[in-house]
Ligand binder design. Structure first.
Ligand code: GUN
Length: 292
């Protein structure tokens, strides 16, 4: 069994990006600038956005954090997005999801300039991804592809089962794993909350990508020997013994599933850090595209 070490690989990627930034600086060029908008004060979202900003510092990017109160109206948020669209100093930006209920997420995503949409959530970019055109690939799926590639995991002709159909992970992942090329070329089954007999499907899988958000959902008896297991779950589970009062728990019963798996991502230290590294990679790409 091999651990897919997202902490290590994301660190390698950040070093590669930092080296690119050094070259930009040496040439007297502008360094990439990422902005993040966060609406409200959800603890987990604040932590994720904080990590994204910290990662920018680590690789030498400029960053801007825009904090808006949970009472922000849709109009106010759209106005802020338009400001960032027009700000020549910003190469790419993200609007952290989820948004409060008074705001229509689809309207928000449609307002982001596709050339600055480093999350890859705008329909134009999502469509390009589905059609194998060059574009920003959403950071979490992009991170999973990168992990599979750097560990030389064979995906061709394999049966990939994706659990969860979210627009951020499950849906794009199902498209990417079916694409011609590597990683891809696999036969994909996309399962979700209405799927019947899910264990019957997961036991047929060569590769399982779980993005459900239910702690320890995937048990050893749901997995065949030598399967590749990618755990995208990052649920905060209360734990009074832990200084923070919670522990981050994945979708996979790691202790038992890892005994059967050929490759497996840990939580934490698997997919999570890869997401941030690939957001930086998309921002570098956005900068290069703006340069012309
Ligand atoms: N919420 C959870 N994951 C993501 C992500 O990748 N990007 C944004 N903007 N919000 C998220």
């Amino acid at each position: 069994m091999t651990i897919l070490d997202g902490k290590k690989i994301s660190n390698d990627i950040k070093n590669e990006i930092a080296a690119e930034v050094e070259k930009m600086k040496a040439n007297g060029e502008k360094v990439p600038h990422l902005a993040a908008i966060i609406v409200g004060d959800d603890g987990a979202s604040l932590t994720y956005v904080g990590s994204k900003v910290k990662a920018c510092e680590r690789v030498g990017f400029e960053s801007t954090l825009v904090k808006m109160p949970h009472t922000t109206s849709e109009l106010e948020l759209l106005k802020k997005i338009k400001e960032l669209n027009e700000d020549d100093n910003i190469d790419g930006f993200i609007v952290q999801l989820p948004l409060p209920p008074q705001i229509d997420t689809q309207k928000v995503l449609l307002t982001v300039d596709p050339s600055k949409d480093v999350d890859g959530f705008h329909p134009e970019n999502f469509g390009k991804m589905a059609l194998d055109m060059s574009t920003f690939i959403p950071a979490t799926p992009f991170g999973i592809l990168e992990l599979l590639q750097r560990y030389d995991v064979d995906t061709k002709g394999k049966h990939t089962v994706v659990i969860g159909r979210s627009h951020i992970v499950g849906r794009p992942m199902s498209i990417l794993m079916s694409r011609k090329g590597w990683p891809g070329n696999s036969t994909v089954t996309l399962t979700h909350s209405n799927t019947k007999n899910i264990a019957q499907i997961t036991t047929q899988a060569d590769i399982i990508i779980s993005a459900l958000g239910v702690p320890n959902f995937l048990k050893a008896e749901m997995v065949k020997d030598d399967a590749v297991i990618i755990d995208v779950g990052i649920t905060r589970v209360e734990d009074a013994d832990h200084p923070k009062g919670y522990v981050i728990t994945g979708d996979v019963d790691f202790e038992n599933v890892s005994k059967k798996a050929s490759f497996i991502t840990p939580v934490p230290g698997g997919v999570g850090p890869m997401t941030i590294a690939m957001l930086l990679k998309n921002t570098l790409l956005a900068r290069e595209q703006r340069k012309g």
